[in-house]
Ligand binder design. Structure first.
Ligand SMILES: [Zn+2]
Length: 326
């Protein structure tokens, strides 16, 4: 098993192929690695860093240079913002003070996570360095939201987009991390193509509980008088509400799949139950539920009251269920 998380998925990605061809043609000085998948970006940094320093030239993760990059002990690899918070000008200055110090190995690499959380002042500070970088320095900027970057920084960076991963690729990565078949499949189904999100789902201890709750809600939701009892059960767990909505999406997707192609259902252990549940909804009704769940997510982000959000979600689900009866 590889020690670099998500190694196979990343090595096979278009993003890495692009970097690899860049390494052969002539490496740039500043890369923007663009993806909302922070964990994938972090692993991509290590893969790219290993590719730069590897004694065998292929990011083997067996040589001592690769090991140092992997374990964050390489003297010429600098990391900033591992906490993925708002970067202060002072932190950028501290980092940049090392830029003009000569490297030990002839190359230096800077990883900046969530560079899009830098304000304009911090970005401008960084800009001065990436405009005229020392020959031996390469910057990697992890960026979730490209629009938060100053045009001046963007235009001086080579952009590499990490694509959304296929569910089967994500499932294999979860299996490689030691999760069992079922948990890996469910995590992949709820991942929206993001390795980090899949990992969060796979690790979640609340997951089984939320899953049971979501199933229970869909089973018991038959008339409007049911809403009042069910919404209380969900909204009482306000912190977990977003996770609940994720789980609900996964179940609804499985219900749709159980109508179309039962082989593709993620939660195979309860395929019978899901199919029975899906019988109560038309495909058209199920098709509308993910949009309703997204609306609920948006409301939570806007700080709409949890109970009101759940309430309106459940009513809307009931509404589409009866509007699009078979
Ligand atoms: Zn190596």
């Amino acid at each position: 098993m590889s020690e670099l998380m998500f190694e196979n998925a990343l090595r096979a990605s278009r993003a890495y192929a692009l970097f690899e061809s860049d390494m052969r043609r002539g490496q740039g000085h500043t890369y923007m690695i663009v993806s909302p998948d922070d964990d994938a970006v972090e692993s991509f940094f290590k893969l790219a860093g290993a590719r730069i320093f590897c004694e065998n030239g292929n990011a083997c993760f067996a040589c001592s240079e690769c090991r140092r990059v992997l374990h964050k002990t390489h003297a010429d690899v600098f990391e900033l913002n591992a906490e993925r918070t708002n970067l202060k000008v002072a932190q950028i200055s501290a980092l940049l003070s090392s830029v003009y110090v000569r490297s030990l190995s002839g190359k230096k690499v800077y990883f900046i996570q969530r560079a899009d959380l830098m304000n304009d002042q911090s970005q401008n500070k960084l800009l001065k360095t990436i405009e005229e970088p020392p020959e031996d320095v390469t910057f990697f900027l992890g960026v979730a939201n490209e629009r938060s970057m100053l045009e001046t920084v963007r235009s001086r960076s080579r952009k590499i987009y990490i694509e959304a991963f296929d569910a089967d690729v994500i499932k294999r990565e979860m299996l490689a991390l030691g999760f069992d078949e079922e948990r890996s499949a469910i995590a992949a189904a709820g991942s929206e193509g993001m390795l980090g999100k899949a990992l969060k789902i796979a690790k979640s201890e609340d997951y089984a509980r939320l899953y049971a709750l979501a199933l229970d809600v869909l089973t018991k939701l038959n008339r409007s008088s049911d809403v009042a009892t069910l919404d209380l059960a969900i909204a009482g767990d306000k912190d977990k509400l977003e996770d609940f909505l994720d789980v609900l999406s996964i179940i609804v997707r499985d219900m749709i799949l159980s109508k179309r192609d039962p082989e593709l259902v993620a939660s195979k252990h309860i395929a019978g139950k899901l199919s029975e549940l899906a019988d109560g909804f038309s495909e058209r009704a199920l098709g509308e539920i993910p949009m309703l769940i997204n609306e609920a997510r948006k409301k939570l982000k806007l700080n709409v009251n949890a109970l009101a959000t759940v309430d309106s979600l459940l009513f809307s689900i009931l509404e589409v269920k009866f509007k699009w009866q078979k």
